[in-house]
Design a protein around this ligand. Structure first.
Ligand code: 3H9
Length: 697
């Protein structure tokens, strides 16, 4: 036995208790322990074996940290086969989350019982792989092909009631897993129940697998694992034998295991968890936040207020007059009605959130008692400074004063108050109650417990919080500004905006940069360009075609026209014919002779611009680690998760080639394509971005 599996005998039943906190992942010690436990039970003449997990859960899956390394024997597939072929009855008792390899162990057992709160699932596709320990062969045999396809390709978690209904488990019962499992095993023995290996069940019915494959591939926007899993389920139905099906599953599993997408998705899994763990805050206690103030009730302010209310934090929202306050209240209740309709909150919760928990006010005096205030007013430094002066005068000592600015200097904002140590940036993304990203912007004088409070609030609001230093645009908008410019330059040089959008959606983004501009409002970029114009370096290339669109009053979706024309009632838009004219005029004015761009060149330039700026952001210490940048782009900018983030993508492509391309582009535009010093250093030292992530752990 190993320490990870505890063996116990109760009469003729052997009990194998997994104890591998925190989630009983099926690492090598657990696998060895389970194997030894089954063998010992057989050798001792036990008549049944009960498998269950200690602590918070049954097995939550294979140990993901072992992926990419040589698999030590016994591998999980062999172990599952061994459990299934045991010559005694095997019962699994499930609680917590029986996921991936965990559910596969349960499916290899002959009988399954679960507590009502147990969650199950085969989420492997989210890690870029497929269930590789028989899950694609056994689940369809117990649940039917259609249910199995749904569960495996979506990777969704499902509850005990659904599992019972679909035949994934045999019984749901309240109680401790050990006790309900033991009673069930006893009952089965008393009834003389037979061993019941799933591998002996008939092959499930086939469906039109080619159609399901195509549909799944299209839905995945380039992600391969869900569609590949369809082929594995197909083998369960069509292979000559169960073993043949397992062999096919293994082949497809290995293919995915070796893919870049698997590496990207697993990087995302661990980075998502690492990003808000800051060593410097380990011993810092956050301040208590029971109520927040929100200044400004536009889309952003109302979204922030909604997110806070949904997390059980009460809100005082300040608007300039009664009618603006009422409009803000309506926006918030509109957002909350959505949550009510989707069953996220109850009617009672809705009533509290729109009633006692929300105060709409027009005077700063109403903020006297709040613990933290988030300002979401117009992006203008003078306006912000006035707001912060008022907050300083009205908020209690120790209250945290936060700005939701997306690019203004938090140090300058803090200087407007007498308490710069209490000032921080909390940059939400619109709509703030939906988007997962929160940039926690730390200014020069921000106190550590204020930073810790920002992260604690982010966690309560179920955000992915990322620490950022102060610079124009912080991590995300600064990088976006660079790759947007690269896109604009390509258009000026001859690529069409529609070709660029098509290439980037082909890469996996839900929308290309020009369609995103239309959605966000082209006037925002226009205002930013005007703001930056006086400070522009004379060496910087400037494009005008987007300004021409805005000068004509076309701001994108909100005016019905931008790079695309939008017709009421239709999804998406069609290319706006005026755009071609503006581009031609811009080219003529600047004496540019347009040339053709291949799709490959568009992708390379776009991504090189993103990676280069991201490397500057890390090199300057604005982001702490490459993974922080990756998480910002994933959760705030729609970067395809299966590429892991721009810097993970860069590692997988090879940094030397990326630097070489940047240096080539720099020959035509040395100002824009200045290589990031960090990128140069990493290439010179033969290292990659992930080495920096690891150095921090
Ligand atoms: C698989 O099974 C493949 C097989 O089909 C075939 C093989 C041949 N391994 O998320 P949390 C760590 S693929 C290693 O914060 P929660 C996690 O990193 C697997 N470590 O807790 C964290 O570490 P730290 C299929 C793991 O309560 C700590 O545990 N299974 C694993 O919010 C706590 O995690 C899955 O995809 C793992 N499998 O959520 C399930 N899982 O504290 C993946 C977690 O150092 N896991 N850790 O940061 C989850 O979805 C969630 O962790 C879970 C708990 C819902 C279980």
């Amino acid at each position: 036995m190993t320490h990870a599996i505890h063996y116990e005998r109760v009469d003729d039943i052997a009990i194998l208790k997994a104890q591998n906190p925190p989630v009983n992942a099926l690492g090598i010690d657990v696998r060895l322990g389970l194997l030894a436990g089954i063998e010992r039970a057989e050798a001792e003449g036990a008549r049944a074996v009960l498998i269950y997990g200690d602590g918070r859960t049954f097995f939550a899956g294979a140990d993901i940290r072992e992926f990419g390394k040589p698999m030590k024997d016994p591998g999980l597939p062999d172990l599952c086969n061994r459990i299934e072929s045991a010559d005694l009855i095997v019962v699994s008792a499930l609680h917590g989350t029986a996921l991936g390899g965990g559910l596969e162990v349960a499916l290899s057992s002959h009988y399954r019982i679960a507590v009502p709160s147990a969650k199950m699932g085969l989420p492997e596709v989210h890690l870029g792989i497929l269930p590789g320990a028989g899950g694609t062969q056994r689940l369809p045999r117990v649940a039917g092909t259609e249910a199995a396809l749904d569960m495996i390709t979506s990777g969704r978690h499902f509850g005990a009631a659904e599992a019972l209904e679909k035949g994934v488990i045999d019984r749901v019962q309240e109680g401790e897993p050990r006790e309900i499992g033991l009673a069930y095993a006893r009952e089965l023995l008393d009834q003389g129940a037979p061993r019941r290996p799933v591998c002996d069940m008939p092959a499930p019915a086939a469906v039109d697998f080619d159609a399901v494959y195509e549909k799944t591939l299209a839905k995945g926007r380039g992600q391969l694992s869900p569609a590949t899993a369809v082929r594995a389920v197909q083998a369960a139905c069509e292979a000559a034998s169960f073993l043949e099906g397992l062999r096919r599953e293994r082949e497809l599993f290995t293919e995915l295991m070796e893919s870049d997408q698997r590496q990207g998705l697993i990087h995302a899994f661990f980075s998502e968890r690492a990003v808000s763990k800051l060593p410097e805050l380990a011993d810092v206690t956050p301040r208590d936040v029971a109520s927040v103030g929100v200044i400004g009730g536009g889309t952003m302010g109302a979204g922030i207020a909604t997110a806070a209310l949904l997390a059980g934090v009460s809100v005082v929202l300040i608007e300039r007059d009664a009618s603006a306050a009422e409009a803000a209240g309506q926006r918030i209740s509109g957002n909350l009605s959505g949550a009510l309709k989707r069953g996220k909150i109850s009617q009672d919760q809705f009533d509290t959130m729109t009633g006692d928990a929300l105060e709409l006010a027009t005077e700063y005096g109403a903020l006297e008692q709040v613990d933290l205030v988030i300002e979401a007013v117009f992006e203008d430094m003078d306006v912000k400074r006035e707001v912060f002066k008022a907050l300083d005068a009205n908020c209690k000592p120790g209250a945290i004063l936060a700005s939701n600015t997306s690019y203004l200097d938090i140090n300058e904002i803090a200087a407007a108050t007498s308490r710069p140590r209490d000032v921080i940036g909390l940059h939400f993304f619109s709509p703030a109650h939906v988007m997962k990203l929160l940039e926690v912007v730390v200014a020069d004088q921000t106190d550590p417990d204020v930073v810790a409070t920002g992260f604690a609030l982010g966690k309560r609001l179920r955000k992915i919080s990322v620490r950022s230093g102060v610079c124009d645009g912080f991590i995300g908008n600064r990088i976006m500004n660079a790759y947007r410019k690269a896109a604009d330059y390509m258009v000026l040089d001859g690529a069409s905006p529609y070709q660029i959008d098509r290439v980037m959606t082909g890469f996996g983004f839900a929308m290309g940069p020009f369609a995103v501009g239309d959605l966000a409002g082209l006037d925002i970029g226009w205002a930013a360009r005007k703001r930056r114009a006086p400070h522009r370096d004379p060496r910087e290339r400037v494009v005008h075609f987007a300004d021409m669109l805005c000068e004509g009053g076309d701001f994108g979706q909100k005016t019905g026209k931008g790079f695309y024309v939008y017709e009421a009632g239709k999804r998406g838009g069609t290319p706006n014919p005026d755009v071609e004219k503006y581009i031609a005029q811009d080219q003529a004015d600047q004496g540019v002779s347009p040339r053709e761009f291949s799709d490959a060149e568009i992708l390379r330039r776009y991504m090189c611009a993103m990676v280069n700026e991201a490397a500057k952001v890390v090199g300057e210490g604005i982001a702490r680690r490459p993974l922080d940048v990756d998480m910002v782009l994933l959760f705030g900018y729609g970067f395809p998760r299966y590429h892991g983030g721009p810097l993970k993508w860069a590692d997988l492509q090879g940094l030397a080639g990326i630097l070489e391309d940047i240096e080539t582009y720099a020959k035509e535009d040395p100002y824009f394509w200045q290589p990031a010093p960090l990128l140069q250093t990493l290439v010179a030292e033969g290292r990659c971005f992930d080495d920096l992530n690891k150095a921090e752990k």
